[in-house]
Design a binder for this molecule. Sequence first.
Ligand SMILES: Nc1ncnc2c1ncn2[C@@H]1O[C@H](COP(=O)(O)OP(=O)(O)OP(=O)(O)O)[C@@H](O)[C@H]1O
Ligand SMILES: [Mg+2]
Ligand SMILES: [Mg+2]
Length: 494
Amino acid sequence: MTAQTAQRGDLVTVIGLEVHVQLETDTKIFCRCSTEPADDPNENVCPVCLGLPGALPVLNEGAVEAAVKIGKAIDADIPEETRFHRKNYYYPDLPKNFQITQYDEPICQEGELEIAVEGERRDVRIERAHLEEDPGSLQHVGGSIDTADYTLVDYNRAGTPLMEIVTAPDFRSASEVRAFLAELEEVLEYLGVFDAGRDGSLRIDANLSIIESEEADENGEIGVDALEAANRTEVKNISSHKGAEKALAYEETRQKNAIERGRVVEQETRHWDESRGITVSMRSKEEEKDYRYFEEADLPPLRVSHWKDEISIPELPTARRERFQSEYGLSEEAASKLTSTKQVADFYESVAGEFDPDLAATWVADNLLGELNYRDMEITDIADRLEEVTRLVELVAEDEITAKNARETVLRDMLDEGKDPDTIVEEAGLGKTDDDEVQSAVVEAIEENPDAVADYESGDDGAINFLVGQVMQKTGGSADPGDVNQLLRAELED
Ligand SMILES: Nc1ncnc2c1ncn2[C@@H]1O[C@H](COP(=O)(O)OP(=O)(O)OP(=O)(O)O)[C@@H](O)[C@H]1O
Ligand SMILES: [Mg+2]
Ligand SMILES: [Mg+2]
């Protein structure tokens, strides 16, 4: 970082994230209540997740399995043994007045995640990732958190398994944060431990501080002492990538303005108010000692050392992206699109295995994803119809229908009307017309349009397009326009 520009150039933005990921398990982390979205508030609850006195937690094996998968994916150290602690705080979303979480022996330590920023790859360090229970959710009625008339409490969410992933303060801009969140979500979905479509499944606390560039060394690196000494704010209540970007941009400007005016940035917890697009001060930052962490005596320490050998994870997006380029000769852009979710990548590979990889790429990346996107759908919405899509690609590969008809009629009707490709081809008469029929349409078009023929013969090459149009009309659009063009020219030569 060189201090060439005045004032603002002298300040470095430092960001670290705490990302709370809801793990996809059937039941909650310490009881057997369902994690499915419920119709009514306080429906999926029991003495354990309501925190009634005397109720005892039992750890959900599925949550630990998911945590180990995440640990392997971020190349974290998974210790011999992991423990749970009580983090004490008083707030209505948590009826026990403590949250069962992990403290100094979390299930994952010191991992990393590779991201690409402006074409350059680099690692973001993950300090730790630990398991904990989600608190209940609060609904503020008649305003925001600081202005509401009253607040309703819903414990359906209480006890949903969470993985809190804590990054090192390695980000220097909101766009790096965006790249990280996108990559993280992709990885989590590949692992099958997370559903991005679920409301509130990813919630972010964003920590931001502004540090004078004099604190940085010649490589722009800022030392641990300076990072620790800096006053940071922690912005809570961010539930989307967009929200994170906006909240960080707001916070960056707010802190820089304060510094430029000679004011001190308070170390505090702030709340992101999505509807107003601002962060508001909530409280001074609580310190570790405020939480009176102590060991959760109701849960014995858990030996996890052997789990990592027994649990396997699939090929991850970055590796798969690279393999798609080398194995199928795809561009980086196509490979990225085709690996954006595991389902898309798996489907691409099944199609590429049967037909030409390039044709498969056009069909999956451009046609299918394009039409799905237009309809606000995902590949998972047509999971049971992928065989039909493969059949459609086969019809094109075997030259039974034109690519244009396949794309513009068959695929669209498949998605809009739920019919299978063969039925659509038959009903709409899209099967490629046989050569005789095309040939006689060519002869007819020439006989019926002497003016266009005369124009063509006197050197107006454009007149051929009119004749092509006539033939296409006669064959109901099922002839190949390029072939028709050739046939017309050949016929007119004679
Ligand atoms: N100078 C800094 N500027 C911005 N972020 C920082 C800075 N120093 C540390 N951080 C980030 O702050 C976060 C600290 O999270 P951690 O969960 O360890 O502590 P906490 O926020 O105090 O605890 P809690 O879980 O109770 O919120 C990390 O994401 C880290 O990268
Ligand atoms: Mg934290
Ligand atoms: Mg925090």
